[in-house]
Design a protein around this ligand. Sequence first.
Ligand code: NOJ
Ligand code: CA
Length: 692
Amino acid sequence: MNIKRRLLAFMLLATALVSCNGNMQEQELKSPDGKIAITINIENDQPAYHVNFNGKSVIKSSTLGFDFTNMPAIKAGWEIVSVKQTNNNSKWEMPWGEKRVVEDNFNQLIVALVEKQAPNRKMNLVFKAYNDGIGFRYEFPEQEAMKELLIAEENTEFNLTGDHKVWWIPGDWDIYEHLYHTTKFSEIDATKLRGHASLAQTSIPNNAVNTPVSMKTEEGIYLSFHEANLTDYSGMTLKVDTTNMKMVSTLVGSERTKYKVKRSLPFHTPWRTIQIAEKAGDLIQSDLIVNLNEPNKIGDVSYFKPMKYVGIWWDMHLGTKTWDKASGKHGATTEYAKELIDFASENNIGGILVEGWNTGWEHWIGFEDREGVFDFVTAYDDYNLPEVVRYGKEKGVELIMHHETSAAPRTYDQQLDTAYHLMNKLGIHSVKTGYVGKLIPKGEYHHGQWMVNHYRRALEMGAKYKVAINAHEPIKATGLRRTYPNAISREGLRGQEFNAWSSDGGNPAEHLPIVAFTRMLAGPIDYTPGVFNIKLKPHKANNQVNTTLAHQLALYVVLNSPIQMVPDLIENYKGHPAFQFIRDVVVNWEQTKVLNGEIGDFVTIARQDRASDNWFVGAISDENARDMSIKFDFLPEGKKYQAILYLDGEKAHWDKNPTDYKIEKKTVDINSILDLHLAAGGGAAISLIEIK
Ligand code: NOJ
Ligand code: CA
């Protein structure tokens, strides 16, 4: 140990001792930069915490506790008996993702609490303070007084300092595919969103929101609440108390049990997280959620190659083809797959997804008993699976498997081993899974502990067979991609598909400018950007995409995902000059910089290709047109770039003229500043290719 390190170690020890010498019942933990200060104390005899940022309160005193069905609640009557502070400043690498190197720099405080009266139960609170936010969790050490906990409710409070502006979706126990609402905290009413016509499953029992939920305070501070490392536990929604301006955790339950979570001791809960930022864009740049997860435990995942992919998919959402064969319009044929493989291989696209390839689709939607219906190894007779794989390999395009479980996860569980074994045998390394519909067994919800454990089994089985998973109707992302980097992407939001068939006008232009600061903080998104036939003519008279074409292009950079679909019918891409951007753009990044943004209004993100010095920039706007200046100071010193700009045309407008675009070319370097005009619902996509 060198002198400096020794001194540092001594100083840390000193801090730990000092805090022990003070009032044991009030502890403080600061972030490495000192801006965030968390106090953990006993408030009205109950464990509590509050948070300051730059010396001002951002979370007022908030109590912590639990209700159980098998023992008295954890509430009053606890005291702090010891504390231990440590710190960490290290780096780790993402095997794929929005950046290669992640800094993991935090101070941690473990606060040991004991119940003052018999049975003297023990519980630890672990707090971590980062420069970009905080995380805390409950730990239940092995002890005589409790062996197994049946948790009826977790009562973690988040007591707000004012009536913040909030971007929220309802705390649905079954689906996250809601539009975001922008209201004051006091105006949140999730219960009025019950029973949406375009959702195959939905359950909104409380006036609660799902996470990540983001807010802006009067003082202009940005907060986002979520959870990290959701393992063997129920998803957390946040109940909204509009009178007292606070949120309280409400776990997703099950109709089959009185409790919501069952665990044997020792165990710990997921992290409850609060991202705190002075600029909206810093929420996107935050690594809090992944940092609060454990390191990779499945080893090398180089079998998964980040890629763009085409699919036999949009056809079904437009209604030109079907998943099932009986209709006579079957999409998944060997012939059509080969046509798409040819297109992909000619256009720098690495994958092809084929939906509707396996038997069972005749009994998909609307059938009560979907148990045992889908078969994940048997193809329809007009689809030759090994031949499609072989042809793809010849052309350098890999097949992405598709497993729609129709929310019958027990059927899927039974076949997981066989299905992934088949994939492994054929050399197929990724699968899109789906869980559309009300869950079987009846009484379970998509976001409860039972399903959290199902989704995990799929990831573990996937790791065994070198299979990466892109789940639709998933459990929310909580940063587990760090531990299981075969968790590549997921849906878990209102995707592009709603533009093809929803009865409520589709996704408004502000959708992605909100998603970038909410859902995207959780992890990669399989949104399927890049629809060129914006009005969906002649297939859909009453539906359309509500953005310009340039906005669609920009999404390839704005949205973070190591897989990005190129979803439109290939006839809409062939010969289109703007398609060059999709050909060029990559999906795996060395670094990411958010250049500007306001939640729900606009955002501009620059990302550097992981394999070269090339950069890509994407800017998107909501329903308002706007002008902005982009500084290219993220470029390396001394290098010149050819910028190809895909911009909204003079007359572009998301509704009146969505396909008006123009392409410009410029030479830029680190000193360049460009003025951009984004149309209403518009965007700008820029590729920056190094001039060598
Ligand atoms: C819903 C998914 O989001 C969609 O992408 C898929 O095509 C259908 N389920 C069928 O699995
Ligand atoms: Ca707006």
